[in-house]
Ligand binder design. Structure first.
Ligand SMILES: [Zn+2]
Length: 139
């Protein structure tokens, strides 16, 4: 950065200093996989571009129950519409969200309950991540 840098920041994501690294995403996966007792699964996480996800989604999970393997995809910060400082927490939330889906994968797949499942997963994942990031309330 030059010494006469303008006060306003541009919104172009530099490829040199990623907002969130692969390593960070793996750390979140390890942490939440343990907390959610999913250690008997072999789970991968990938940062992908917007065209690798369903439209309007921030993450995705595919799994194989017999193999106990799963692959989580999370949106690349370059394709996020949030301010830079809000992106890491949202990517962590995506990881947690997809892991909660994995827990529910034992239930029979049922199209009619899909939106209810989505709501439940969102609420649980939000609650967990908020718990992690909120300062303890004074007593
Ligand atoms: Zn979901």
């Amino acid at each position: 950065m030059g010494k006469a840098a303008p006060a306003s920041r541009n919104r172009v994501t530099s490829t040199l200093t990623p907002v969130v690294t692969d390593e960070q995403v793996h750390d979140w996966l390890n942490l939440w996989q343990k907390r959610l007792r999913l250690e008997d699964w072999k789970i991968e996480v990938k940062i992908v571009r917007i065209w690798d996800l369903e439209q309007g989604t921030l993450g995705h999970i595919d799994w194989s129950a017999p193999r106990r393997t799963a692959t989580i995809k999370v949106l690349n910060p370059a394709d996020y519409e949030l301010p830079k400082d809000k992106i890491p927490a949202d990517m962590e939330l995506s990881v947690v969200h997809e892991l909660v889906h994995l827990h529910l994968s034992v239930l029979p797949l049922n199209k009619s309950s899909r939106s209810a499942e989505e709501q439940v997963v969102s609420m649980i994942a939000d609650a967990l991540v908020n718990l992690e990031h909120q300062p303890p309330s004074p007593e």
